[in-house]
Design a protein around this ligand. Structure first.
Ligand code: TA6
Length: 280
């Protein structure tokens, strides 16, 4: 690997897990090689944008609770509901830092993972915005069906006081009631929410409590997933404090279910997303 720029360093985080630290005039970020999880992003002069559970396990083979877990090469239990582990193997695996570059304070990291039959690379760009580009390639000799989700935990002041705009009119599957529905108006969460929207466009999280709006842009993504466990389901999550559920919302750039991608041998697919703040 080429020499790292001065704004990038390798270190260890919780439980001595390896992390990549970015610190430039435009902000800071932490990327755990465990799952290539961007566990922190703090634009210069702002509050943290990502939520990380204080009870998260930090251990090889265990998903980090918070930041941006990568669901790959399947989402949940897979297109047929029969896959283990939940959300695939990418978030459990140890990725490697391939290289890092700094362009006038905007830092781009490239991380890579090789698995049996497929490989993935993640480009993380930390500047005034945070951008992620996830590329998956079929290295096997038969077709590979790929589901993917950037399962981002956004920090909010109080999930009962936010609005998620951009999904108006979109069809979605409501996993809470097990039925399809259609979004009327902006999304205001009032209870456990677990929805897979058919939506290719940008969305935004309007958070009056923190006085900010988080704009979420995306490319090559046909689904947006919205999740919060709320006050009862959270009790079944060992790595989330029971009183922590109001402090985050997951808004996930994804391709799942009928929007999975079938890759022929040697073929690749890219999904991308970008997050930016505007203050009220
Ligand atoms: O993205 C929403 C979801 O699929 C929910 O159904 C819930 O299971 C969430 O992911 C968290 O999954 P995890 O395996 O990280 O606890």
């Amino acid at each position: 690997m080429r020499e790292l720029p001065p704004t990038v360093s390798l270190s260890t985080g919780e439980n001595d897990l390896p992390v990549v630290l970015v610190s430039s005039a435009k902000g800071t970020a932490t990327v755990h090689l465990q799952g290539a999880n961007v566990t922190s992003w703090i634009p210069a002069g702002q509050d943290p944008v990502l939520w990380l559970s204080p009870d998260s396990a930090f251990a090889p083979g265990t998903p980090i609770r918070g930041g941006i877990p990568l669901c790959l090469p399947w989402f949940s239990k897979g297109p047929d509901g029969d896959r283990e582990p939940m959300h695939g193997t990418a978030r459990l695996a140890r990725w490697a830092l391939a290289d890092a570059a700094d362009d006038d304070g905007t830092v781009t990291l490239h991380l890579g993972l090789t698995q049996t039959g497929w490989e993935a690379s993640l480009a993380v760009t930390v500047g005034e915005a945070l951008a992620l580009e996830l590329t998956t390639r079929n290295t096997g000799d038969s077709d590979l069906t790929v589901e993917e989700a950037l399962h981002t935990y956004f920090a909010v002041k109080d999930v009962t006081g936010i609005e998620i705009r951009g999904l108006e009119g979109a069809e979605y599957f409501d996993k809470v009631i097990g039925a399809p529905a259609s979004q009327e108006g902006a999304l205001v969460l009032t209870d456990r929410t677990d929805r897979v929207y058919d939506s290719t466009g940008p969305v935004e999280i309007v958070d009056p409590g923190f006085g900010r709006t988080i704009a979420i842009a995306k490319r090559s993504s046909a689904n947006t997933v919205v999740w919060n466990p709320w006050d009862e389901t959270v009790k079944g999550l060992a790595d989330v404090p029971d009183d922590a559920w109001p402090g985050f919302v997951c808004v996930e750039t994804a391709n799942v279910g009928g929007n999975a991608t079938v890759l022929a041998p040697g073929e690749s697919h890219v999904i991308a997303t970008e997050y930016a703040l505007t203050l009220h």
